[in-house]
Each structure stands twice: as C-alpha cells, then as structure tokens.
Design a protein around this ligand. Structure first.
Ligand code: NAD
Ligand code: LMR
Length: 322
C-alpha cells in the first residue's frame, strides 16, 4: 500500500503516520509512506521518518520525504492531504481560500498524473471541503467519489456529545449525520440516530439540541484551540484513520458515517460543492444514503451550510482555481 501524506512535519501527521504504520487502517498489508512537505519543513519531516524507522513497525516497508508532489504521489493508492496554508492574522476567509487553491490545484494535478488508478483521497487541510472541490476538478477522468473531505471528526464529536448526554457508549448509537461544511455552519443532525435500534430524537430536549448540541459540536474545533492552545491534532488523525479504514473495509451493517463528497445532487445539494452527507461504504466505495425524509427545520440548516459552501466555491472560481 503506497500512502502519501502531505504536511508530514505537522502536528496531525505526527499522530497519523504512526497509526498508518501499525496496519490498523489498511489491514495486513505492507505500507510505504511518502511524506510531502514544503522545502523549509523537509528536515523536520526527516526527523519524523527517523522516529518511524525507530518504531520497527512490522508492516512499514519505507518512509520517503520529499518536497516534490510528483515524487510523493507516484503510484499512491491513498493520499491524505493534510498540509495547508493556515489563516494568518488579518487574513479574510476568501484570502485563505485562494491561498489554499494555490496548493490544492497543483497537488490535484500531480495526483492526476502520478497516482495509482485506484487512488483514494482524503482532504483534511482546511478549508477542507473547498480544497477537495479543487482537487476533484483536477481529476475529471476519475470517479468523483474517490475525492473526499473530512467531516468524520465532527461526526465523532457529535457521537461523543450525544452519548454523554444519554449516558451510553458511543457504540450504542448509530446513524448520526453531519451535513454540509467542516465549519461553524455544519449541521450535526440527530433525527435518524438510533440507540440500540430505537430512535432517540423524541427523547431529546429541543433547547439542548439547539443551544448546546449543535453549536457545541460545530464550535468544538475553536474550543479545542482556545483550551489546548493549538488546533486538534490527535483527534483529527484518529478521525482520518476511521474515515480511510471504513472506506476500505466497509461501514458496519445498519450504520452510516458522515463523509464530505462531491455532490451528486442528493438532498437538493447542488453539484460542484463537496458537502458532508450520510454515507455507507460498500465494496470499497462511498455511497450516499438516499431517501431520508428531510423536515423543514433540517432543510433550513442544510441550506445554510450549503450556501456557505457555494460561496466558497464561487470565491475559488473567481480566483481561477476552478
Ligand atoms: P500544522 O501547521 O501543524 O502542519 C501543517 C503542515 O503542512 C506544516 O508542516 C506545513 O509545513 C505543511 N504544509 C504547508 N503547505 C504545504 C504544502 N503545499 N505541501 C505540503 N505540506 C505543506 O497543522 P496541523 O495541525 O497538522 O493541521 C493541518 C490542517 O488540518 C490545517 O489546515 C487544519 O486546519 C486542518 N484540520 C482539519 C480538521 C478536519 O476535521 N477536517 C481537523 C483539524 C485540523
Ligand atoms: C477542527 O475542527 O478541530 C479544526 O478544523 C479547527 C481548525 O481551525 O484547525
């Protein structure tokens, strides 16, 4: 399994790479890791490669570090696009979008030209959904569902918060959905959630849902930054492992997870945006769960986060990245 990870010297990669090397994501297959970094961070990434070697992981065959995307993506079957340009002081969101367009456009083209035919892409670097839209646009000959953005961390946060409220284990809960953007407009939706097979939504207080659960999940990333002093890293890496593992090995019977995919028009979400929807993984492919009934209150929340995604896509299109 040839696996490329961008941002190899960063804090998410420092957790992610060690878990990829254990076999917990790809199963009992030897793993070759390729770390892509900017030139200034190549040496630090080489230090991470040294630590990976020192761990003597039985399945880890090699770790290569490079600042050349074509080299990093050559033959890649999985690509975790983690490295991104952070928002700097005084920078507007639109500026951040275009700064990242300049990274994800060329990386998408390098993937198109060099990666394996069965490539799977997970974009983690923010703004993850729109970065993924840019990457997907560079891979027009491939199945669009092979380019995803990560909302699994939001999904996991939602499961954890609801389990705490109900006094149960996260594993007792199924069918959580996070809709839309990996941003403060996301809609963590408990409408379909089952606890041990029975719906929970009717037992939950509407005020708690509106004033605690939804803003608490959507604002968790900012809360972590405030409390920890740095953005979430180990939990983001863990969610990335969950996403890729389920993609390859399948979601449990009767359950689904949240995945940001290039929209196929389901649930009235326009094509062109990469929006989080409920998905099952079947035979190694993400399939949107269709046919869920969407009520007016859900519709308004989905429309709000999709409107933000549309405005992000418009901004990168205006800047020439789409
Ligand atoms: P970090 O700053 O610790 O590491 C990022 C690394 O990316 C740095 O080493 C940097 O040199 C590298 N990088 C920058 N531009 C690059 C390029 N063009 N090619 C290759 N590498 C490049 O950041 P982090 O904490 O690891 O977070 C990475 C990204 O993930 C951020 O954008 C963060 O906002 C995002 N994130 C997303 C989620 C999610 O749920 N989707 C959760 C947490 C963090
Ligand atoms: C998160 O959800 O923890 C991150 O996306 C937050 C951030 O801005 O890096």
């Amino acid at each position: 399994m040839t696996v490329a990870v961008t941002g190899g010297a960063g804090q998410i990669a420092y957790s992610l790479l060690f878990r990829l090397a254990t076999g917990e994501v790809f199963g009992d297959r030897p793993v070759r890791l390729r770390l892509l970094e900017i030139p200034d961070a190549v040496r630090a990434a080489e230090g991470v490669a040294m630590e990976l070697a020192d761990s003597a992981f039985p399945l880890l065959r090699s770790v290569d570090v490079t600042d050349d995307a074509a080299t990093a993506f050559d033959g890649a079957e999985a690509a975790f696009l983690v490295g991104a340009s952070p928002r700097t002081k005084g920078q507007e969101r639109a500026d951040m979008l275009t700064a990242n367009g300049a990274i994800f456009g060329p990386q998408g083209r390098a993937l198109a030209e060099n990666a394996a035919d069965d490539l799977r892409v997970l974009v983690v670097g923010n703004p993850a959904n729109t970065n993924a839209a840019i990457v997907a646009a560079q891979l027009p000959d491939r199945d669009p569902r092979r380019v995803t953005a990560m909302t699994r961390l939001d999904h996991n946060r939602a499961l954890a918060r609801l389990a705490e409220k109900l006094g149960c284990a996260t594993t007792d809960l199924t069918r959580m959905t996070v809709w839309g953007n990996h941003s403060s407009t996301q809609f963590p939706d408990v409408t379909e959630v089952l606890r041990d097979g029975r719906p929970v939504a009717g037992d939950l207080d509407a005020t708690w849902l509106e004033q605690d659960f939804i803003p608490g999940v959507a604002g968790r990333g900012a809360e972590i930054i405030e409390v920890r002093g740095r953005s979430s890293a180990a939990s983001a890496a863990s969610a990335a492992c969950d996403h890729m593992r389920d993609w390859i090995h399948g979601t449990p019977e009767g359950d689904w997870v949240s995945v940001a995919l290039p929209s196929d028009g389901s649930y009235g979400i326009p094509e062109g945006v990469v929006a989080s929807v409920p998905c099952r993984s079947v035979d190694g492919e993400w399939r949107t769960v269709t046919g869920l009934e969407i009520g007016d209150a859900q519709r308004a929340k989905i429309d709000r986060t999709v409107a933000e995604l549309r405005s992000e896509v418009d901004a990168v299109r205006d800047a020439g990245f789409l």
